[in-house]
Design a protein around this ligand. Structure first.
Ligand SMILES: C[S@@+](CC[C@H](N)C(=O)[O-])C[C@H]1O[C@@H](n2cnc3c(N)ncnc32)[C@H](O)[C@@H]1O
Length: 372
């Protein structure tokens, strides 16, 4: 214990930055506390300012870099800094290095939350791959939610705050959605391979323009759905995977797509109308799994929200002895937690593919294949 006063918001300290943590933070230590620091890089010496203190953690922003890491670059966006826009937390890191750091986060999540051994990890290719089209990590977002306050001020929000930063152009956004208030007119049209989705603007769609194609490729390669088989697409959104699973299983096969958002189910109904082998279910996945009384499918695609699928859904899938489960994850920790449950139930993570689907931010997208 130290006699010094505890850290409080606004305090400044000079610290050495330790390993990367989940959520765009880097670990540092000061005053007997662990600090979660944004805008830093492992190995740097920085001056930080404390932004949040609670019983569990202290958050801080690097406000001055005293000894920079070679991977540090000038942020392309002038709003990306402490107190700036909360959207991008990796703009100060070279894009290739961002991918290496995301790989570290994925590896660490599997080790700590998935209980993977070093031997288990060595058997997996955890490389975080660049998606085509945007080598500088900019202009890839197909939609942006601009904030607006009661006085009509527009922009994007500060990290962990309702405060609106007056960002006048978002550099990670594609043309047409990169300026406040500007939106592409009418319904949003997405095309993947030869199929078109006409979506409501607020309906879920993968946000990186190149991600749907990459995910469909990974899902089909890992799952290998075959003619005549039955597959379930759980958390199906507008039926991105259901469409291509349906083409693979053919007219003799079956695909059940389960999705809780009504507008997404409507979009799926329009986009997949020519695929009678697809049954769309407007339902909560857990409730649907509890109710089903038919045979287990040959395979399942899971693409849950950030929280993951959770123990109950994993238990129902593993109890049904489904041979092949392709899991699409936007949160490596949730994936790792669910992986621990799959492994405890006798499944093996046979392959993994990670994508840098959110350049300039700490986020990544991962596809894993669990086999029984
Ligand atoms: C990450 S998105 C995936 C959508 C789709 N697979 C795609 O790639 O476009 C997750 C989807 O799960 C839906 N969802 C969230 N919780 C759900 C639940 N408990 N049951 C069914 N669907 C759910 C959301 O509405 C959203 O469409």
């Amino acid at each position: 214990m130290t006699d010094a006063a505890p850290l409080t918001i606004g305090d400044e300290r000079v610290v050495t930055i330790g390993p990367i943590a989940h959520g765009g933070h880097f670990i540092a230590h000061s005053d007997g506390r662990t600090l979660f620091v944004r805008h830093a890089i492992t190995g740097e010496t920085v001056r930080v300012r404390v932004t949040d203190v609670n019983r569990k953690m202290v958050r801080a922003d690097a406000i001055e870099v005293l000894e920079p890491d070679p991977d540090r670059v000038d942020a392309p966006c002038s709003w990306a800094h402490a107190d700036g826009c909360g959207g991008c937390d990796f703009q100060h890191i070279a894009v290739e290095a961002q991918r290496r750091m995301k790989q570290e986060v994925l590896t660490d999540a599997l080790r700590r939350f998935g209980r993977f051994s070093d031997d288990d990890l060595a058997a997996l290719d955890l490389t975080v791959r660049e998606l085509p089209g945007h080598p500088d990590g900019l202009h890839w977002r197909s939609r942006v939610t601009w904030a607006e306050d009661a006085d009509g001020n527009r922009g994007l929000r500060r990290h962990h705050s309702h405060h609106i930063v007056p960002v006048d152009r978002c550099l990670i956004a594609a043309d047409g959605v990169d300026v406040p208030g500007e939106t592409r007119p009418g319904k949003v049209v997405h095309t993947v391979r030869d199929r078109t989705w006409r979506m409501e603007r607020d309906g879920f769609w993968q946000v990186h323009e190149a991600l749907p194609e990459a995910l469909v490729g990974a899902v089909l390669e890992m799952g290998r759905p075959a003619p005549g088989q039955t597959w379930w697409d759980l958390y199906a959104g507008a039926g991105l995977f259901a469409a291509f699973l349906a083409e693979a299983v053919g007219a003799e096969g079956h695909v059940a797509a389960v999705e809780s958002a009504e507008s997404a189910v409507k979009s799926a109904r329009r986009a997949l109308h020519d695929l009678p082998q697809v049954a769309l279910h407007h339902s909560d996945v857990t409730a649907w799994l509890r109710d089903i009384d038919h045979d287990a499918p040959d395979g399942i695609v899971l693409d849950p929200p950030r929280s993951g699928v959770g123990a109950e859904v994993v238990a129902m899938i593993t109890a049904a002895e489904v041979p092949s489960v392709v899991y699409v994850a936007c949160d490596p920790v949730a994936l790792a937690r669910d992986a621990a449950d799959f492994r405890a139930a006798g499944y093996r993570l046979s392959a993994i593919r990670a994508f840098d689907a959110f350049p300039m931010t700490h986020h990544l997208e991962t596809v894993g294949h669990f086999v029984r």
